[in-house]
Design a protein around this ligand. Structure first.
Ligand SMILES: Cc1cc2nc3c(=O)[nH]c(=O)nc-3n(C[C@H](O)[C@H](O)[C@H](O)COP(=O)(O)OP(=O)(O)OC[C@H]3O[C@@H](n4cnc5c(N)ncnc54)[C@H](O)[C@@H]3O)c2cc1C
Length: 283
């Protein structure tokens, strides 16, 4: 099925031939597999947020729509960031609840940020699993006291020998259920305090709450019952002496604020694409 796109008449949007063909293929996929299912997904997950549409996540992965901008060296698709925005827009057009579009945007933007700033071995461990739909990798910044004030993050990560030990709480984090039910697991590009107060004391981590199917000790998740976006969970988690190998530090210690701001810049473009897709749905 081919769906015409109409942008406001003064908008200048130009895509390459490859990107136009890519959009056609994603649209066909999304209209065939996602559009007929989104109401069922929305209704089921509104009753039980853990009714996660694993079959559709697998289909999205098999279609090559996760980790699009990540290098094929790390099991990514070796595509462009523009292609990721196209994929997210078309998925949101097929799923106005945007659960699957946001699943897709998180698992494009944050694995890409990991590739940009993290250690090569960690990208090699995480990205192929996310790409295949076996693991989730999003962002864990927000805490119970607030989300906008990133510099005020309170979760601590204390380095003891070869591990960082995490204590504190994250709130309103997407993917808390998915990490638990996806076979490999996954986690988040997580920000925690390793140094002084303010933005210069924060570090970023590839925080894997579950890997190889095993949930780490000291990680205590909660799932929220939201009023919308059913089909992608939100929740919180507490860390009580949760240990992570030091190699999962992303970039340099106490530079996490700068990495996460770059990550937010990447993510914002994809969020905008999801809103464009949702807006097209109402036309
Ligand atoms: C469905 C959903 C999914 C989410 N998923 C994630 C996720 O995966 N990972 C994650 O880390 N977070 C996630 N969040 C949290 C989200 O990022 C935060 O809601 C956001 O950062 C805002 O934080 P807050 O809600 O605590 O509001 P606050 O930061 O408390 O802000 C409240 C209000 O005050 C305003 N405000 C704040 N500071 C100032 C200021 N200095 N000057 C003027 N006005 C100000 C804000 O604009 C806002 O209107 C999610 C939220 C939702 C709703």
């Amino acid at each position: 099925m081919s769906v015409p796109i109409s942008y406001p008449k003064d908008t200048v949007v130009s895509f390459t031939k490859d990107e136009i063909m890519f959009r056609e293929s994603v649209r066909e996929f999304a209209q065939k597999h996602i559009a007929p299912k989104w109401i069922e997904v929305d209704e089921e997950a509104s009753k039980d947020p853990m009714k996660i549409p694993l079959d559709l996540i697998k289909k999205i992965a098999d279609q090559g729509l996760l980790c699009i901008p990540c290098s094929d060296k790390y099991g990514g698709q070796g595509g462009t960031y523009t292609m990721a925005t196209i994929a997210v827009e078309e998925l949101a057009y097929a799923d106005p609840a945007v659960a699957l579009a946001v699943y897709t945007l998180l698992n494009n933007g944050w694995p890409f940020a990991l590739q940009l700033f993290g250690r090569e071995e960690i990208s090699q461990e995480v990205i192929p699993r996310v790409s295949k739909g076996e693991a989730f990798f999003g962002i864990a910044s927000t805490e119970p006291q607030g989300g906008s004030d990133v510099a005020g993050i309170r979760m601590t990560a204390k380095k003891i020998n070869n591990v960082y030990v995490f204590n504190g709480e994250k709130a309103y984090i997407s993917g808390v259920g998915e990490v638990q039910v996806l076979p490999w697991g996954g986690g988040w590009f997580l920000i925690a305090r390793t140094g002084e107060a303010g933005h210069r004391g924060l570090s970023a981590f590839a925080f894997l709450a579950k890997k190889n199917g095993v949930i780490g000790k000291g990680w205590y998740p909660t799932i929220y019952h939201d009023i919308g976006r059913h089909g992608l969970t939100t929740g919180g988690f507490k860390c009580e002496n949760f240990e992570l190998d030091k190699d999962y530090l992303i970039g340099e210690e106490n530079k996490g604020f700068y990495y996460v701001m770059e990550g937010f810049n990447l993510a914002r473009i994809l969020v905008a694409a999801a809103t464009v897709g949702g807006a097209r749905w109402v036309t």
